[in-house]
Design a protein around this ligand. Structure first.
Ligand code: ASP
Length: 349
């Protein structure tokens, strides 16, 4: 464990449960703790970590919008320009939409070469049994000393790749899981890393916050009226991620989605099909009800989670709407979003 020097870490606050208090009037939890107050809840001094504080916003992350993702990425650029000697960045954020924001930052800030660590808590830092002190200390430790060069989520003793993570539990301290097969690391007496592909480095970072926020995320359910797709296109959306059943399957008989997908694609809307299952991946080649989506012009999200696929499509469409380039960019692995450690589903029937 590397603790012999003072490491400079920037702490960027955006709100969430971690910094929430109970509003005396509404009786609801809302962000209200300053960073000083948040750091004051830690049980001990940070010792060899020098914390530079930045307050960006105090939002419940349910209120985070795509422009907030751009604000966070912009703040990271400012920190990079002002403090080239920092070891890493910690971003406190609500857990509800942390995966979206962290995925967006992954695409918008590439080759940062130092840990960009999102964290939060299930219970406000102001409460005695809160998980905030542990998560904050763990996140600081990873930002200061972790040999990680990418955007990650540190929570409940685990380090997850942002684009491969989902919030799966409402109440448990263990709110997040990596989708296939394991976190990229865990915090024990040492910071143990299972994944070695994206270590610290000194490349020049790429900041690119272009985004087309007109991307829709639609969950298929039995009885979904296919006409909803043309409504979405008429509303001005340029992309739709359809969360299909299982491997990404869609209805093709009654309430068939194939004609609606074909029509959306012909109107210049890009359709990506992901899986609504928590684990595994979209594979549209196995069943007729998957192949039909491909034949209608949809792209497969492959191993991408619906959240990562939606954020990536918004980021890609912020750059181009040329079909060939969109298809190429959606199938290119930028930040590990397409690299499931467990590999793809293999069937022999
Ligand atoms: N509603 C909160 C938020 O996302 C939940 C949390 O942080 O755990 O901001």
């Amino acid at each position: 464990m590397k603790t012999d020097k003072v490491a400079k870490v920037c702490l960027l606050a955006t709100g969430g449960t971690i910094s929430s208090i109970t509003d005396p009037v509404t009786k609801g939890l809302r962000p209200g703790l300053s960073l000083d107050m948040l750091l004051g809840t830690l049980p001990r001094e940070l010792g060899s970590i020098d914390v530079i504080q930045r307050e960006l916003f105090l939002l419940d992350s349910a209120n985070a919008q795509p422009h907030h993702w751009q604000d966070i990425a912009g703040a990271i650029k400012t920190i990079y320009d002002e403090m080239p000697d920092i070891e890493g960045i910690v971003i406190t954020h609500g857990t509800d939409t942390m995966v979206y924001s962290a995925s967006a930052v992954s695409f918008m800030v590439q080759d940062f070469g130092k840990p960009i660590v999102f964290t939060g808590s299930q219970i406000p830092a102001s409460m005695p049994w809160s998980d905030a002190p542990r998560n904050l200390l763990d996140a600081m430790r990873v930002a200061a000393f972790g040999d990680i060069g990418e955007t990650c989520i540190v929570f409940n003793g685990e380090i997850h790749r942002a684009t491969r993570t989902r919030k799966l539990r409402v109440n448990s301290y263990d709110a997040f899981d990596s989708m296939d097969p394991i976190p990229i690391g865990v915090l024990t007496r040492d910071i143990v890393l299972y994944e070695t592909r994206r270590r610290r480095h000194n490349l020049v970072p790429k900041f690119d916050t272009r985004l087309d926020s007109r991307v829709f995320l639609l969950k298929v359910f039995p009885g979904l009226p296919p006409g909803i797709l043309s409504r979405i296109v008429d509303m001005g959306y340029h992309g739709i991620v359809i969360e299909g059943f299982g491997l990404g399957n869609i209805p093709t008989v009654e309430n068939s989605l194939t004609g609606a997908i074909r029509q959306a694609v012909n109107q210049g809307c890009f359709v990506v099909v992901s899986s609504q299952c928590a684990f595994g991946q979209a594979d549209l080649s196995l069943y007729e009800v998957g192949r039909a989506a491909l034949e209608a012009g949809a792209m497969s999200a492959h191993v991408m989670t619906s959240e990562a696929a939606m954020v990536k499509l918004a980021w890609v469409l912020g750059h181009t709407r040329d079909p060939d380039i969109v298809h190429e960019m959606m199938s290119k692995d930028y930040v590990g979003e397409l690299s499931a450690l467990g590999g793809s589903n293999v069937y022999e029937i």
